[in-house]
Design a binder for this molecule. Structure first.
Ligand SMILES: [Zn+2]
Length: 470
């Protein structure tokens, strides 16, 4: 898909985030993030690439192709022949669709657990001086050697177009020579600068971007001194992502001044997103938000945002498929309104035969979005959690080894009245689906919406019975 550079986000990244988050079949007993890379993983990613490429995304950013928590110390044994072939198949599938893959790279954090066990000299420290469970220490030069060895191995053999650097998601070393010295922001900038410089020196054509997750406590924003430091990091990379899991780290009032000084692009994840759950039945929920996504993408473009890491999920879920399809189209042309992009997507995916069917379909997605998000209340989040509405939210708890409880249908997301209203909207959708019989060539998608609505109503009714709600 062509994109007008005057009106398009430059970096339109479909963020996987992990290899099995896009899987079409569940892994009900696998803890997050599931490391398996089998033919079903490849099938889910390939299906996602179909949707992403049609929507105009440029990159698929996916973690876990080689390792999750722990690279082996020799690195190369992370991939046997079967895994190697599957990685190459995924890379080829992206190229065939005019996209490229981003390598998700932990910098000192994510991927080093086995290395820390085998080579304790590189293990970082927590603030109280005790051993860090996941992070390396930059005071030992061997730590950076592990980073460059991983890059040499991955970028030497596998044709990634970009590298996503993430230095603090599992924490940072807090010793005086690391974050315990000049602070978290300076330390993370330092690590990412030298890693980006290394990549650019060896592979100048690779796009390099950094996300700032966990650099500062949640619900806080960068100070002026920290913003100054991040501006310097911008000289070394192509894009900086302030995703917004719990609000943006660059405060709204600082954004314009910060962007005027930042040499690289600045990106977000579109304001709000549902993080997929690989342990759940992939079709058991229906949470479309194409209108919110489109409106946020357009507004943020006007504010100077030029990059997006838009979260993905299983494309067999009709809500996920429409969210991604609409968001990609608006990212590629921010002149498009939500209604316009959604109407095109429904035309392509559902092929309604007449105007009545077209209008009914559109209404199903509008009611689907309203069913859930129409019940969110910022004051309730503040009251229950002491914090505003989340950027990222989950169906259930992230970690676990069984399909978890439906937290997204509980307070503070939905209270008793919210559950009742949500159920009423879903019932109205169930009433409409039979009226579309023979009116669409939807390849089974309407049946999937029905299934998601039925299972959600099952859960809401179960919660309501247990809570004694009328
Ligand atoms: Zn250290």
């Amino acid at each position: 898909m062509s994109a007008s550079s005057d009106h398009a986000y430059k970096y339109r990244v479909a963020f996987g985030a992990w290899i099995n988050d896009m899987r079409l079949t569940p892994l009900p007993l696998e803890d997050w993030p599931a490391p398996v890379l089998d033919d079903d993983t490849v099938a889910g990613i390939t299906r996602a690439l179909d949707v992403q490429s049609a929507a105009g995304f440029t990159h698929l950013d996916v973690w876990g192709l080689f390792a999750t928590f722990g690279w082996p110390t020799d690195l190369t044994s992370a991939v046997d022949d079967g895994r190697r072939k599957r990685i190459h198949r995924i890379l080829q599938a992206a190229r065939d669709r005019g996209m490229t893959l981003s390598y998700g790279m932990g910098v000192y954090s994510w991927g080093y657990d086995k290395i820390l066990d085998a080579d304790p000299a590189v293990r970082g420290k927590l603030a109280d001086g005790s051993p860090h469970p996941h992070a390396m220490c930059d005071a030992n030069p061997k730590s950076f050697e592990y980073v460059t060895r991983i890059l040499d191995f991955v970028l030497g053999e596998f044709d990634f177009g970009a590298v996503h650097l993430e230095s603090c998601d599992l924490g940072c070393c807090q010793c005086p020579e690391c974050a315990g010295g000049k602070g978290m922001v300076d330390y993370n900038c330092r690590l990412n600068e030298k890693t980006a410089d290394y990549i650019k020196s060896r592979w100048p054509e690779k796009t390099v971007y950094v996300i700032t997750i966990s650099w500062i406590p949640i619900f806080t924003t960068f100070s002026q001194a920290e913003l100054d430091r991040v501006v310097q990091l911008g000289d070394h990379i192509d894009c900086l992502f302030d995703q917004g899991h719990t609000g943006y780290q660059v405060a709204p009032e600082d954004r314009a001044g910060f962007l005027s000084r930042l040499k690289c692009a600045y990106g977000t994840s579109g304001g709000r997103w549902l993080y997929p759950d690989a342990r759940w039945d992939r079709g058991s929920y229906f949470v479309p938000f194409p209108r919110y996504a489109a409106e946020t993408i357009r507004r943020e473009f006007d504010e100077g945002i030029r990059a997006s890491m838009f979260y993905q999920g299983p494309m067999s879920n009709p809500g996920v498929e429409v969210n991604v399809s609409v968001a990609g189209r608006v990212l590629a042309d921010t002149r498009r309104h939500a209604d316009d992009a959604l109407a095109e997507v429904l035309e392509v995916l559902y092929k309604p035969v007449n105007q009545d069917a077209r209008a009914r379909l559109l209404s199903i997605f509008e009611r689907g979005e309203e069913a859930f998000f129409g019940q969110w209340d910022n004051e309730r989040f503040v009251k229950d959690w002491g914090r505003p509405m989340p950027g990222e939210f989950h169906l259930s708890q992230l970690f676990g080894t069984e399909p978890g409880a439906a937290h997204y249908l509980l307070d503070p997301f939905l209270d008793a009245a919210g559950r009742k209203a949500c159920k009423a909207e879903l019932i109205s959708i169930l009433e409409d689906i039979p009226k579309l019989a023979g009116q669409c060539e939807d390849d089974g998608r309407l049946e999937k919406i029905e299934r998601g609505a039925i299972m959600t109503i099952n859960l809401i009714n179960t919660i309501s019975v247990l809570k004694g709600e009328s």
